[in-house]
Design a protein around this ligand. Structure first.
Ligand SMILES: CC1=C(CCC(=O)O)c2cc3nc(cc4[nH]c(cc5[nH]c(cc1n2)c(C)c5CCC(=O)O)c(CCC(=O)O)c4C)C(CCC(=O)O)=C3C
Ligand SMILES: [Fe+2]
Length: 362
């Protein structure tokens, strides 16, 4: 039975954090954008996205649900480990979680980050913020980071099922020529060019996940759908190039090409973040409506039991590797299972170097 998790004595869920009431919105945005080159107009605009949902991001509730499901999953597999939760940008902060862990005598924790892909924003920035939190907390545990899971079957399978379910919701006569529009968070092209150990991994990992979902949808439906990888939530000054096309521009192009319908698959997001409920459900679906283009947004993995079990699989896998074994590393598609420790210089900070945990140099 694969329940040996030595040397780990805790799991830490590491996430972004989000505001929970209107008064939180501005301080949260200040936390996110400190030291970043984000125009004031963009900040005001993003603030309005949060205010239009009552000043409350869905992300913390998503993480609470994930924590509950994860505790149940581990207990069900006979793994008796405490699970903690800390965010980069909002309460409960990473340092709060580490303080609690130190008080509880935790010595060696495995971190699961709610970002599936490699980039400075999705990887090293979390590792830096964990290092900064460690520096604030005497007696905090040693931290390892569980590997990227964009190509773990427990992530890919829920996305496939969600895509099939969304396809079934399209009007029957628009289904066969529908496009699968895979969406992820845009980042500066320079950040993609530098992502992973030798560059380009952010897009490469997405393309591999997309290809695998499209192939599995073909196996299920007997039909290879048109598909594209596009982007949402661009920020930064207009003269700085970010990954394109934007999902709204892409929908317009599809409409001009007389596409019959689209399924919007938020492949870059593990749960319903503000980007999903605003940038996709509010803005992109509105664009599609104006274009008279039938569109359905596919669900995110959220608390799908297969996705929750990814944490356990990676925990058991990494624990075995730390004990010197050679565990099976599950992955699907053309890329191998991702690395356990990021190489020195992996996903570099575009501004200034800061200490980071859990790298090859740790
Ligand atoms: C790759 C990536 C992910 C996915 C990986 C991961 O999940 O971590 C992600 C997630 C998220 N981004 C989020 C929110 C924001 N991101 C911003 C700004 C930025 N994101 C960037 C990239 C990413 N972001 C970048 C390059 C910037 C520019 C500033 C900078 O260089 O850092 C801003 C500032 C305003 C704006 O400029 O839009 C906000 C408010 C939330 C919370 C949502 C909620 O509340 O539900 C989540 C999960
Ligand atoms: Fe990295």
């Amino acid at each position: 039975m694969t329940s040996d998790v030595r040397p780990y004595d805790a799991v830490l869920l590491v996430s972004f954090g989000g505001p929970e009431k209107p008064d939180d919105v501005i301080p949260f945005l200040e936390n996110v954008t400190r030291g970043k080159n984000i125009p004031r107009e963009r900040l005001a605009e993003v603030g309005e996205h949060y205010f239009s949902f009552g000043g409350r991001s869905p992300i913390n509730d998503q993480n609470r649900a994930f924590l509950a499901a994860l505790r149940e999953d581990l207990a069900g597999a006979g793994i008796d480990l405490p699970v903690y939760w800390g965010n980069r940008n909002w309460d409960p902060y990473l340092a709060d979680a580490l303080r609690q862990m130190a008080d509880d005598g935790v010595q060696h924790a495995a971190c699961f980050v709610t970002s599936a892909y490699s980039s400075y924003s999705g990887c090293r920035q979390y590792r830096e913020d964990l290092a900064a939190a460690l520096a604030d907390v005497p007696g905090a545990p040693v931290l390892d980071r569980l590997r990227h899971y964009f190509n773990h079957p427990g992530f890919v399978e829920p996305v496939v099922d969600a895509t099939l379910a969304a396809l079934a919701e399209l009007p029957a006569d628009s289904r066969n020529d529908a496009h699968l529009v895979f969406v992820t968070h845009s980042i500066p092209t320079s950040m993609n060019d530098a992502s992973g150990p030798d560059g380009g991994w952010y897009v490469r990992q997405h393309e591999s996940a997309v290809a695998e979902v499209v192939e599995r949808v073909r196996q299920e439906t007997g039909h290879r759908f048109h598909s594209e990888l596009v982007y949402c939530s661009r920020s930064g000054p207009p003269q700085v190039p970010w990954l394109e096309p934007d999902v709204n521009d892409h929908l317009e192009a599809l409409s001009e090409q007389e596409a019959t319908g689209v399924v919007i698959v938020p492949i870059g997001f593990v749960s319903d973040h503000m980007e999903v409920i605003y940038d996709l459900d509010t803005e992109a679906l509105d664009t599609a409506r104006k274009l008279d283009l039938p569109a359905v947004r596919a669900a995110t993995p959220g608390v799908d039991p297969r996705f929750v079990a990814v944490v356990r699989d990676l925990l058991v896998e990494r624990a075995a590797a730390e004990r010197g074994a050679e565990p099976e590393r599950r992955s699907v598609g053309e890329l191998d299972a991702s690395w356990d420790r990021c190489a020195v210089g992996c996903c570099p900070n575009p501004r200034a170097e800061r200490p980071a945990v859990a790298g090859a140099d740790a």
